[in-house]
Design a protein around this ligand. Structure first.
Ligand SMILES: *[C@@H]1O[C@H](CO)[C@@H](O)[C@H](O)[C@H]1NC(C)=O
Ligand SMILES: *[C@@H]1O[C@H](CO)[C@@H](O)[C@H](O)[C@H]1NC(C)=O
Ligand SMILES: *[C@@H]1O[C@H](CO)[C@@H](O)[C@H](O)[C@H]1NC(C)=O
Ligand SMILES: *[C@@H]1O[C@H](CO)[C@@H](O)[C@H](O)[C@H]1NC(C)=O
Ligand SMILES: *[C@@H]1O[C@H](CO)[C@@H](O)[C@H](O)[C@H]1NC(C)=O
Ligand SMILES: *[C@@H]1O[C@H](CO)[C@@H](O)[C@H](O)[C@H]1NC(C)=O
Ligand SMILES: *[C@@H]1O[C@H](CO)[C@@H](O)[C@H](O)[C@H]1NC(C)=O
Ligand SMILES: *[C@@H]1O[C@H](CO)[C@@H](O)[C@H](O)[C@H]1NC(C)=O
Ligand SMILES: *[C@@H]1O[C@H](CO)[C@@H](O)[C@H](O)[C@H]1NC(C)=O
Ligand SMILES: CC(=O)N[C@H]1CO[C@H](CO)[C@@H](O)[C@@H]1O
Length: 294
């Protein structure tokens, strides 16, 4: 009983806190979604097909706007798909008000600048695709706010600096695709916490240093790994050969050295293996598959 009386005020505080958080979320509705999208429209400086100008009109419901999907139950914007519209512009902070957004695809456009921290409010995001734009600056460490995230595509941009360790807390992440940026530094050991990861593409950056020894210890679902065209060095960690589901393993054009461990024979699902352009020696060429270690 003594324990319970001590816990009661704590529970009230927790409940009150959740109540206030719910209230502030509920003050957002389809009208605020419309304001957020109109702010985005206002921050698009070039729209070659004039689609936003003609279609995103306040005379129609947001849910009937082109490239917008709403949820049937709560009537809020759940998907924004501006893929391939050749838009030029920046992402305004107002998009952080799209609190039901799960699908955020703006690939193949020319959005630039820095991503606003207000996006941390998008707690329901499952899919983020900002690929093939001109974003620069560091990959925000606050991407760890997207706790439901399954897919993160940031390839073919101008992101620089290190890969943030905080990405390691995105426990539902299945696809992490960061190729063709200006990323540098070591691959953080925290990537090894992403136990649901199936695809990891970090190729065509300026990553350097050794691969952390244990990074592949708990990535049993990993199917596609491409680290090619970086400045990675040292020996291949044997933990790599625990990834029994690997189909694609591309390490070419780095500075790895040493011999390829015999355990490579354990990777029975491999279809694509590229080790060329390193200082690796191959001792264990499988009779049925052709490997290029040169
Ligand atoms: C949205 O919420 C605002 C207050 O925050 C309210 O004035 C408005 O009527 C609401 N709109 C809808 C469509 O519920
Ligand atoms: C906007 O595009 C949608 C989807 O193509 C279409 O159904 C709608 O009629 C268009 N609205 C306007 C105002 O052009
Ligand atoms: C996004 O829009 C493009 C162009 O309309 C379409 O090809 C693509 O299938 C859409 N993707 C999704 C997931 O809705
Ligand atoms: C976008 O630009 C590319 C290259 O300029 C062009 O090939 C493509 O047709 C454009 N797409 C749209 C939807 O305007
Ligand atoms: C939406 O976001 C903007 C910018 O972050 C903010 O100024 C505004 O008050 C927010 N809320 C609503 C209800 O539009
Ligand atoms: C982005 O990177 C591309 C290719 O690396 C480069 O051509 C372009 O100038 C860069 N843009 C900016 C704004 O840094
Ligand atoms: C990764 O997992 C380890 C051990 O469980 C933990 O100490 C560390 O904080 C985690 N890192 C991240 C970024 O989640
Ligand atoms: C490779 O497979 C053998 C048995 O086939 C097993 O004993 C060994 O532990 C495996 N190595 C790794 C690194 O998983
Ligand atoms: C391979 O090793 C040699 C001698 O140590 C060195 O000169 C060369 O740069 C290395 N090549 C790569 C791709 O690391
Ligand atoms: C590397 C790459 O695929 N770049 C493409 C990015 O998107 C533009 C169109 O928006 C294309 O012209 C580029 O070829």
């Amino acid at each position: 009983m003594g324990n319970a009386s001590f816990l009661l005020p704590l529970m009230v505080v927790v409940l009150l806190h959740n109540f206030v958080a719910t209230l502030s979320l509920e003050s957002l509705n389809i009208t605020t979604d419309q304001l957020a999208l109109l702010a985005l429209k206002a921050h698009v400086s070039h729209d070659p097909q004039n689609l936003l100008a003609t279609n995103w009109s306040t005379t129609a419901s947001v849910c009937n706007w082109i490239r917008i999907t709403c949820g049937s139950r709560h009537h809020r914007v759940t998907a924004l798909n501006l893929s391939g519209m050749n838009l030029t512009g920046i992402i305004p902070p107002h998009l952080g008000n799209l609190s039901f957004l799960a699908w955020f695809n703006i690939q193949y456009n020319s959005f630039h600048g820095v991503l606003p921290t207000e996006l941390t409010n998008l707690r329901r995001l499952k899919y983020v695709n900002f690929a093939n734009n001109s974003f620069n600056g560091e990959i925000p460490s606050w991407f760890d706010s997207f706790t439901q995230l399954q897919s993160l595509f940031l390839h073919t941009n101008n992101f620089s600096g290190a890969i943030p360790s905080s990405l390691g807390s995105l426990s539902k992440l299945e696809e992490l695709v960061l190729y063709k940026n200006d990323l540098e530094g070591q691959i953080p050991i925290a990537i090894g916490n992403l136990s649901n990861l199936k695809s990891l593409y970090l190729n065509d950056n300026q990553l350097s240093g050794h691969l952390p020894f244990a990074i592949f210890d708990h990535l049993p679902k990993l199917r596609h790994l491409d680290l090619g065209f970086n400045y990675l060095s040292g020996r291949l960690p044997t933990s790599l050969f625990k990834c029994q589901n690997l189909e694609t393993l591309i390490l070419k054009a780095n500075s790895f050295k040493g011999s390829v461990p015999l355990q490579i024979g354990n990777l029975t699902r491999l279809k694509w293996l590229y080790f060329n352009g390193n200082n690796l020696t191959g001792e264990s060429v499988d009779g049925n598959r052709e490997f290029d270690f040169a």
